[in-house]
Write a protein of this length. Sequence first.
Length: 297
Amino acid sequence: MRLYVIGTKGQVSRSLRELAAFVSDLVIGFASRPELDLTRPQSVASAIASFRPDIVINPAAYTAVDRAETEPELAYAINRDAAGEVAKAANAIGATIIHLSTDYVFDGKKPGPYVETDQPNPQGVYGRSKLEGELAVAAANPRHVILRTSWVYAPFGHNFLRTMLKVGAERERVRVVDDQRGCPTYAPDIAASIVSIARRLRHWQQRYSGTTHLAGLEAMTWHQFAGVIFSESAKRAGPSAEVEPISSAEYPTAAVRPANSQLSTERLRSLFEISLPSTPSSISACLDRISHEEKGL
């Protein structure tokens, strides 16, 4: 079975590239510039048709949440228009599309975990562009698996965990928002789950089609997330700091974030028989890798 991943530099796409070296039963290709440019729709179909995949995986996105408020055209071009083109090109050759979306499609007003059937109501350009991307993907390809994830982090790239380690190395005290709640999700866990789902899609069933939440098991605030990061980092003699809780009002941003974007993963478990590792264990794995790389191991 042939898988084709859109992008090479994002946290999930890079995690898939690393995982591909250990996967013998799948042929995994990766699309990157110049042969595929998401701002040039005509390049999408030719790149996909050339590889002839059975499944196209699209983790590529415009993810600058605050900057999207002043760059809506670019956010929609990548998150909606290009997403639809990728799904359309996959459908044209009979391929299934696995598309990644976000918890930010919700407004955060629900007190408990969001399930896939809850009504989206994004509050910012990024969330709206991703929701419209979901709709474009579903309309373009009936064989679609849309995976919503949350608060993605990795040993590489730009993410909250790496930011905290950098700040913790420079300061003794860090102020972190404590009234936004979500599910931190480790990019290599996402990659492993995508490969597991792809194997199941060898034998397509209509029930696989639709949206499934793929996120870390434990919900926590950014403040709590920082606390776990520093606690685990301290065990490795890494950066650590005291974490002071603050409100979102004390840390204003251009885009409004949902106060609660916890995602229920019951459908992931029941439909695809996948359960992610515990959040502390994944954070620990991430920090282990960063520590080993810094030591040249």
